[in-house]
Design a binder for this molecule. Sequence first.
Ligand SMILES: Cc1cc2nc3c(=O)[nH]c(=O)nc-3n(C[C@H](O)[C@H](O)[C@H](O)COP(=O)(O)OP(=O)(O)OC[C@H]3O[C@@H](n4cnc5c(N)ncnc54)[C@H](O)[C@@H]3O)c2cc1C
Length: 286
Amino acid sequence: AGGNAVVIGGGLLGLEAAEGLRKQGQNKNGMQVSLIQRDDRLMNRQLDITAARLLEAELRSRGLDIFIDAGLDHLTGDDQGRVTGAMLSDGQWLPAECVVVAIGITPNRELGQAAGLEVNRAIVVDETLTSSDSAIHALGECCEFQGNTFGLVEPIWKQVEVLAAHLAGEPTTGYVETPCATKLKVSGVSLYAFGPTEAEPDHDVLTYRDPLQGDYRRLLLHDGRIVGAVLYGDTAMGPWYFEHSLAGTDLGPCRQALLLGAADADALLHEHANPDSPESPVKEAA
Ligand SMILES: Cc1cc2nc3c(=O)[nH]c(=O)nc-3n(C[C@H](O)[C@H](O)[C@H](O)COP(=O)(O)OP(=O)(O)OC[C@H]3O[C@@H](n4cnc5c(N)ncnc54)[C@H](O)[C@@H]3O)c2cc1C
């Protein structure tokens, strides 16, 4: 009963593990869970600093101890070989009977290397998931395509389809990297994100914030097209943004409604595409 757990890594899986442990602990006289994040924010690969701080505040309010910008120096153990805690780089020691490490994947590339395949961080493949040996294919976390490795199922499912078609001799356009949208599976926290976390100088940044409701939305646009979104709280618009981002829709005509809702934005897009349509909203007299 009770006890302490330390989760190392403040990415998607670390957060899900930490919150899962904390909830388990609730039924066992309170397990205290600490989360160590090396970066300056939680989910640094998906969130901007504002959304990350909102998430952090929510998780802290639930009882998670969160250490940002914190490094693990080493784990401590007893003479039975059991873990007793985590020593941070700043000398702080966190007691723990359970440690979860969720710091991302590092493919074991040695197998590919030993087979004489071209490897970099993982087994290098082309758009048909073929390695440097045309009789050997690789997909999933062990492959590297155009310098990227993979740690989520969505792109891997696409790789499966391409490789299956290729092996069956069916025509395929080949594997193409497409952006993935991220959702966090922590109950009571709604979060949706895709694209870059930071704005580039040529990005148009639209933000909406309602501190009372705990809502935050930030869109990055380039030439009227959405290239990235971070939504915290009300995430209903997430799939709409993602769909239009993938389609490369010029959303200039509905820019002023983009943060408000799909109905308003769609109406303006429709009006722009069909200026004489009777269904278009009545224009206000000048
Ligand atoms: C706790 C956890 C939660 C996750 N949650 C999500 C999520 O919510 N959403 C998401 O998109 N992704 C999630 N992921 C990531 C996702 O599971 C992986 O990206 C995905 O499973 C990778 O698929 P894969 O086939 O490349 O590897 P794996 O699913 O790991 O499959 C590899 C298989 O190969 C076997 N194997 C290994 N070596 C050999 C060998 N030499 N010979 C024969 N067999 C071998 C292994 O035993 C394993 O069964 C999660 C991962 C973890 C660990």
